[in-house]
Write a protein that binds this ligand. Structure first.
Ligand SMILES: NC(=O)c1ccc[n+]([C@@H]2O[C@H](COP(=O)([O-])OP(=O)(O)OC[C@H]3O[C@@H](n4cnc5c(N)ncnc54)[C@H](O)[C@@H]3O)[C@@H](O)[C@H]2O)c1
Length: 366
């Protein structure tokens, strides 16, 4: 009889992750190839418990095909949790296209990708992610009905950063209420690291609410755009200086991994709430934050305004309807802080529990 036990190599392979570990449990993973256009892609559907899997298409030059599959698995799993807590009737999915977009992205390749999305018959709804843009989704959408993140001329919602910033602001109000008793940033000192598409809209909300705002960005023009409009906003040289500046709230709005052992130890703020994805550099940082009395608003909860916006596109985009949904990020964030307190766990763990609960309830109701 053939020995079917996994070899040592297989123990660490993606199939092992997929079928045998807690990190897996994906419903479906599709490998796509179109030789004529050079398309190689992976579409991972983590869960459709709440509805069709929704998540963007990342276009990236991965070091290996295995790394691409692993990224699709991780990202799609993250989308299940994000969509569940955003209150969407969508499960989690994500696609990755393998290769350098600057070198291989063509209309033929995007159309071929669109046909693979079509082949899933609505089980997967796609959108933009790193390396793909609104103009690309307009092309992908020519081959299927399940592409969002399109331009307004093509029935899409356009730039998602407006509602992302609005949602982060709602999460920050919830954190202010939990930490200081009032759902406002009035009179609080808020440091925003990264004032790009999302960060600059967030600054507008904060200024309007009466917060004292300190910003930083590696691009001088991004800083100047804000200080020219709001002379009372001050700027510091970099994020390292910002976290050491006396602050009430720290808002990471640039790249992931902003919260590590070193930055958490140096933080003066007692609330962290920002738009950046994957803010916790490694597992355990959420506990370090809690041990220091810093209230952390989980990134994937407060930055869900963008996915709420693209989900709305499927029903014919209505900004006010999407904004009303993004307003609920306030209640969701409060519920997470309450659950964290009652269960004696950090908010990041409480968010995961609430998302898992919603997915389990949906599965049980089937
Ligand atoms: N745009 C959305 O709708 C959306 C939705 C969910 C999450 N996010 C996340 O929010 C974050 C910001 O997204 P965005 O769309 O505003 O991107 P963006 O590229 O427009 O803005 C990021 C800004 O951060 C600056 N920056 C980069 N490195 C920095 C550093 N070390 N210190 C200070 N500033 C730095 C950049 O110069 C840029 O101005 C990203 O992590 C993104 O994944 C965005």
């Amino acid at each position: 009889m053939t020995d079917v036990r996994p070899t040592a190599g297989a123990e660490s392979g993606v199939l092992h992750t997929l079928f045998r570990t807690d990190q897996g449990g994906h419903e479906q993973v599709v490998l796509c190839q179109d030789r004529e256009s050079g398309l190689k892609a992976v579409i991972a559907l983590h869960s459709t418990a709440l509805g069709p899997a929704l998540g963007g298409t990342r276009f990236h030059a991965y070091a290996s095909d295995e790394e691409a599959v692993r990224d699709a698995l991780n990202l799609s799993r993250g989308m299940s949790y994000k969509n569940a807590l955003a209150g969407l009737d969508h499960g989690g999915g994500k696609a990755v296209i393998i290769g350098d977009p600057d070198l291989i992205k063509t209309e033929e390749l995007l159309l071929a990708y669109g046909r693979f999305v079509a082949s899933l018959g609505g089980r997967y709804v796609t959108a933009c992610d790193v390396g793909t843009y609104v103009r690309d989704m307009d092309v992908v959408a020519r081959e299927n009905r399940w592409t969002t993140g399109r331009s307004p001329e093509n029935g899409g919602a356009g730039d998602s950063s407006v509602l992302t910033a609005f949602g982060v602001f709602q999460g920050m109000r919830a954190a202010a209420r939990t930490q200081w008793g009032e759902p406002t940033l009035r009179g609080r000192r808020v440091g925003v690291a990264g004032v790009g598409k999302v960060g600059h809209h967030l600054v507008e909300h904060l200024v309007e609410d009466g917060a004292e705002v300190v910003i930083t960005d590696v691009r001088a023009e991004a800083v100047e755009r804000i200080t020219a409009r709001h002379p009372q906003v001050t700027a510091v040289t970099d994020a390292d200086v910002l976290i050491r500046t006396p602050l009430d709230v720290y808002a990471p709005c640039a790249l992931g991994g902003a919260l590590n052992d070193e930055t958490v130890a140096a933080l003066t703020a007692t609330v962290v709430c920002g738009a950046a994805n994957n803010q916790l550099a490694h597992p355990g940082v959420e506990k370090n934050l809690a041990d220091r009395g810093i209230l952390y608003a989980p990134d994937y909860v407060v930055n869900a305004g963008g996915v709420i916006q693209v989900a709305d596109e499927l029903h014919g985009f209505d900004f006010d309807r999407a904004k009303a949904k993004a307003t609920k990020i306030y209640d969701t964030t409060l519920a997470i802080f309450d659950r964290a307190k009652s269960d004696g766990i950090p908010p990041a763990a409480a968010a995961d529990r609430l998302a898992e609960q919603r997915m389990a309830e949906a599965r049980a109701a089937r």
